[in-house]
Design a protein around this ligand. Structure first.
Ligand code: SDX
Length: 436
């Protein structure tokens, strides 16, 4: 980061001494005001719950311009990556800073393929869950449990450990998600087949069974791969910030990623794709397109807690570029499956059109985000709704790991420890219970 020749001067109306704060410029995007010395010099904290105006770190991985609706992974526009690359190339880009050449791609693919199996003991964890457990409850447990098996890659301060843990996590997430799914279905687990591509392997672990040959549908494999690319990373979102804060204590990478899985589950974050599809189902039950107006009225009613799931974003105040690409994938998948008239897809498009013409959404700059269409695509592929967020976690694991490794690799990093504005009781004495 480059020191700016502009300074910020903080002055106080009560005559307290003012303070110059340095500014830094990034390569693109907003400058930052360095407040690291603020408390030491003024005895005051800044106050920013929800971190609406706070940069928690400097990063070279992902850039988002919310006003333009722009998303870059290591400088490459998401539109170009989605159209010209596959997920493993994107993983290499996010982890190591550039797209692989042929030889590097071959080597990286081989390294990932060699780690797709999980320890046979892992299946005994699953047996402890109810068959109807939510897949994210299972995934939170399984990912954390990985640290019980890989003691040779848990020293986060050892770059070799960090790299092998990254490969293991990327390689094993599809296996774990497929196992979580098969467990809820009461079906036998399918082992990875390393001769298949990453996404084709995931599809066979999900949908094949030992009794018959499984035939891949290339359109669905490509759609799954694109879903992984679109969800791979997204700057300092809630779950990535969780992984960074958790990892900053020096805990092992598996535990830090498990914290990210837990955070992603929330309906305001990665859980929105499941919530969005349930919302479309509810509108369908109300009567479909004709009832959209009635539903929108509920959303606008301040006394209701109803939100238009899959709409709105902390950063995007324009179209989420991933939503545009996801809508395209919707058309491709539904077309390939002869489901062009899928009622939920038609309902989603009608809902999107109506919302984008309604001043409530336009005035608040609420546009479709990545979750608005991803559920429809996943449903068409055959992914059950409760598994949508686990798929998101599978894809986001590479982003979490890349961000975690970037932080740990920065010699300046410290354990994250925010302060607070205390508004509770001042010191008081404990009274004997009889006098309370
Ligand atoms: C993801 O951060 C990331 O990058 C996340 C993510 C990633 O890749 O990691 O992009 C993935 O989490 C996408 C977002 C998925 N969530 C949803 O689709 C859930 C629905 N969206 C909302 O919950 C909301 O838009 C948030 C949580 C996403 C963002 O909320 P903010 O930035 O805190 O904005 P806000 O809640 O302050 O909303 C501003 C106004 C409020 O109205 P007023 O108080 O001004 O009257 O907009 C309203 C909100 O009530 N609003 C909505 C709305 N989203 C915001 N009203 C109806 N429906 C919505 N979806």
């Amino acid at each position: 980061m480059t020191p700016s020749d502009v300074k910020a001067t903080l002055s106080f109306s009560d005559g307290s001494p003012s303070m110059d704060l340095p500014l830094y410029k990034g390569s693109i995007g907003p400058d930052v005001i360095d407040i690291r010395k603020l408390y030491g010099q003024t005895g005051k904290f800044t106050y920013d719950p929800g971190f609406l105006s706070t940069a928690s770190c400097n990063s070279t991985i992902t850039y988002i311009d919310g006003d333009k609706g722009e998303l870059l992974y290591r400088g490459y526009p998401i539109e170009q990556l989605a159209k010209n690359c596959d997920f493993l190339e994107t993983c290499h880009l996010l982890l190591y800073g550039d797209l692989p050449d042929e030889a590097q791609k071959k080597d990286f693919t081989a390294r990932v393929s060699n780690h797709t199996m999980v320890n046979e003991q892992m299946q005994f964890f699953l047996r402890g869950f109810r068959r109807d457990a939510h897949p994210m409850a299972i995934m939170t447990g399984l990912v954390g449990a990985l640290s019980a098996f890989y003691h040779d890659s848990t020293d986060i301060n050892n770059p070799v450990h960090r790299d092998i843990a990254a490969i293991r996590l990327i390689a094993k997430m599809p296996t774990l998600v497929a196992m979580a799914y098969k467990y809820t279905q009461g079906q036998p687990y399918m082992y990875p087949k390393n001769k298949l591509s990453y996404s084709a392997n995931f599809m066979q672990m999900m949908f094949a069974n030992p009794c018959e040959d499984y035939e891949q549908n290339d359109v669905l494999v490509r759609a799954m791969d694109r879903i992984f690319i679109l969800h791979a990373d997204h700057e300092q979102n809630a779950s990535t910030s969780t992984v960074r804060l958790c990892g900053s204590s020096g805990t092992n990478p598996f535990a830090a990623i498990a914290a990210g899985v837990a955070c992603l589950w929330g309906p305001s974050h990665g859980g929105a794709n499941e919530a969005c599809l349930n919302m479309l189902g509810d509108i369908q039950k109300m009567g479909g397109v004709e009832k959209i107006g009635e539903f929108i009225k509920q959303v606008k009613d301040k006394n209701s807690t109803v939100k238009l799931m899959g709409f709105g974003h902390r950063v995007y105040k324009n179209y989420d570029p991933r939503a545009t690409l996801m809508r395209e994938t919707c058309h491709e998948v539904l077309g390939a499956l002869g489901l062009q008239n899928d009622p939920l897809f038609k309902l989603a498009m009608a809902l999107e059109k109506i919302a984008l013409e309604d001043d409530y959404f336009v005035s608040r700059k609420l546009y479709p985000n990545v979750d608005f269409y991803s559920g429809i695509v996943q449903r068409a592929i055959g992914i059950p709704v409760p598994l949508f967020t686990a798929i998101f976690a599978l894809a986001r694991t590479v982003g979490w790991v890349a961000q975690l490794n970037e932080m740990i690799g920065d010699p300046e990093y410290k354990i994250g420890r925010p302060r607070q504005l205390y508004v509770g009781a001042v010191a008081r004495d404990v009274k004997p219970i009889g006098d309370r």
